[in-house]
Design a protein around this ligand. Sequence first.
Ligand code: ATP
Ligand code: SF4
Ligand code: MG
Length: 327
Amino acid sequence: MLLDVRDLHVEFRTRDGVARAVNGVSYRVDAGETLAVLGESGSGKSVTAQAVMGILDTPPGRITGGEVLFRGRDLLKLKEDERRRVRGAEMAMIFQDALSSLNPVLPVGDQLGEMFVVHRGMSRKDARARAVELMDRVRIPAARERAKQYPHQFSGGMRQRIMIAMALALEPALIIADEPTTALDVTVQAQVMDLLAELRREYRMGLILITHDLGVVADVADRIAVMYAGRIVESAPVHDLYGAPAHPYTRGLLDSVPRLDLKGRELHAIKGLPPGLTHIPPGCAFHPRCPMARDVCRTDVPPLYGVAEPDAARGSACHFWRECLDG
Ligand SMILES: Nc1ncnc2c1ncn2[C@@H]1O[C@H](COP(=O)(O)OP(=O)(O)OP(=O)(O)O)[C@@H](O)[C@H]1O
Ligand code: SF4
Ligand SMILES: [Mg+2]
């Protein structure tokens, strides 16, 4: 197992009290596998990823429990310099906003080349040649010429390709992409996702794809983890989850997106808002918004129940998952 996150807890001290952003998240990613992490804004997707990458702001953030096993080693127990080495060479992250992640005053070829100079001890000349190869690899046309240009001279989609090239440079075993295409228009989104999926296959990387766009994940992910108020409420192979969700929140998400295969079906947004994380409702955190809620939901926190499937692990944190699954 490449990455095995176990019972991770993260909180933030805020003026309103302690915000419990991550409340016992567990997920696993194998080499060559894509896990999509899905959920509304504020559900803890990015904070979980930051804790895994070791880039959480501490303070105000604090990891209060759990393990992040990467190739069997608990990253939370490493010293900062060891951690930095893992982060540089073995795992990399792609962010939504490439412009603010790239250096505006350095040509992109030099930025890419810097990775090989620093981590691989290459000469400037060799590093530049590798940078051009990499730009070619992520299909930036006229790579040799464009390597001399600055980030602002690229379109959003092309900049995102440069981010992908940066992340790939050292051939990491794991990439975490946090909303990598959200800022792009729809056609470009699809191209960048296709590229990411192709490279993931070619390099046999593990990929964690954070998104709130269900449409994006259907084609590229193997498994989905759905987050709500800092917990995973459903975890399943993509096609099982699309076929029949075992959690009312997932059902709500599925019902809220237009689907080509369900033309003419009415669209529902999930009513209400996600809870504030300083005051997460007791029992099932989703109960104030859940159309299936009953008394027990207001008092008893549902564990992640195992949902029996013939060949793959599946879980739902709903007391009534069976009813939900049956539609
Ligand atoms: N630097 C911070 N200081 C205080 N609280 C924070 C900080 N970063 C995150 N949080 C808290 O953690 C919660 C979860 O944030 P997170 O960024 O993980 O959400 P997300 O699921 O990635 O949402 P989005 O889809 O908007 O990116 C936030 O709602 C906020 O309460
Ligand atoms: S446990 Fe109850 S409130 Fe929570 S999702 Fe299931 S039915 Fe809804
Ligand atoms: Mg986020």
